[in-house]
Design a protein around this ligand. Structure first.
Ligand SMILES: Nc1ncnc2c1ncn2[C@@H]1O[C@H](COP(=O)(O)OS(=O)(=O)O)[C@@H](OP(=O)(O)O)[C@H]1O
Length: 334
């Protein structure tokens, strides 16, 4: 195999139209298409932009996934802190089976994306129909799917719980720009920040338009607070203890008085902290089965890094779009 082909087979996330089923290929070829940030193309489906591979996973998930009332879903916009909240939710929900103090806790040897799989990116990618009934209850899944594209059984279940996480669009964009440049092969070069900034502003980014994605779930959380908990990366960074307790309460597994006294909240936050997770061997040298290096999910983990990359004009433009899009919704994300 010549080296570029070999590299592509190692990095499955680079596979595009060549890995599609006939059915997906037919559908995808009929959709509006734009240049991608990593993959060659993004396709617009139900109002949002997707790579061909993730779109095939989304459609397969829409068709085959059956939600159960006890299910828990972590839904996020890309680069909003998914990896962090996956770790936190896994630690909270499995704290009886995996006490936080044990030195063989799964988070010490597995990347959070392997413990809390993405529905459309991992489980249903490549047109698979995985046996999701084999997951222990309560099942914990994750997705970047916009609300409009969620499987019907998930939308109509009045019981299953959904936690949504987003982040201010300036840091989201900067994080996405870095991440997608890391995923590109050296011979592909890097994306110029100005060029992808315009695409982001026009809604043409993975699972974009960013603002529409956030608004759909914001409305759900306002109308059905018992079903959807809406979180912001910035709030979690500012008051991690408060938000960790909110997560546990929302999932009907609040910390007991004994757990509080024992300092469990603090222990979970330490286990899942950027410094701890990013220093682990599995997250420094490993790769996901789809080929992304695990280190790519840990960069700085801070609020306001956009200051180092965006011009004053870019900031004004993003802030203006955000104010316009969220106007009247009660949501602020600056
Ligand atoms: N534990 C922890 N605490 C705080 N922040 C963390 C943590 N883990 C990852 N990160 C930062 O989250 C950003 C990656 O976003 P996602 O995990 O949502 O990426 S993905 O959508 O799953 O690809 C990315 O943000 P940036 O550093 O700004 O690029 C990561 O560094």
């Amino acid at each position: 195999m010549d080296p570029p082909k070999m590299e592509k087979s190692r990095r499955k996330y680079l596979e595009e139209e060549e890995s599609l089923s006939e059915e997906s290929e037919e559908l995808i070829s009929s959709l509006p298409r734009q240049n991608g940030w990593v993959s060659f193309h993004l396709y617009q489906y139900q109002g949002f932009w997707h790579s061909a591979r993730y779109l095939q996973g989304l459609i397969s998930c829409q068709k085959h996934f059956q939600a159960q009332d006890s299910d828990v879903f972590l839904v996020t916009t890309p680069k909003s802190g998914t990896t962090w909240l996956k770790a936190i939710m896994f630690a909270v929900m499995n704290r009886k089976q995996y006490p936080i103090i044990i030195n063989n806790h799964p988070l010490l040897t597995h990347n959070p994306h392997d413990l809390v799989p993405f529905l459309e990116i991992k489980l249903y990618a490549y047109n698979q129909i995985p046996d999701v009934t084999a997951f222990p209850s309560p099942r914990l899944f994750s997705t970047h799917m916009p609300y409009v594209s969620l499987p019907e059984s998930l939308k109509s279940s009045s019981q299953c719980k959904l936690i949504y996480l987003c982040r201010n669009p300036k840091d989201t964009f900067v994080s996405l720009w870095h991440f997608t440049n890391k995923l590109r092969l050296p011979e592909m070069g890097t994306n110029a920040i100005g060029e992808v900034f315009d695409r982001f502003c026009n809604g043409i980014s993975l699972y974009g338009p960013f603002w529409d994605h956030v608004l759909e779930y914001w409305k759900l959380s306002v109308e059905h607070p018992e079903r959807a908990l809406f979180l912001k990366f910035e709030d979690m960074k500012a008051q991690p203890h408060l938000h960790l307790r909110r997560v546990a309460e929302f999932l009907n597994c609040p910390f007991t008085a004994d757990e509080e006294e024992y300092g469990l909240v603090d222990k979970i936050l330490k286990l899942c902290s950027f410094d701890n997770l990013s220093a682990l061997k599995v997250n420094k040298t490993g790769a996901l089965s789809s080929g992304e290096e695990t280190s790519a999910f840990f960069r700085r983990g801070e609020v306001g890094d956009w200051n180092n990359y965006l011009s004053a004009e870019m900031v004004r433009k993003l802030d203006r779009i955000t104010e316009e899009k969220f106007s009247g919704s009660g949501l602020e994300l600056l």
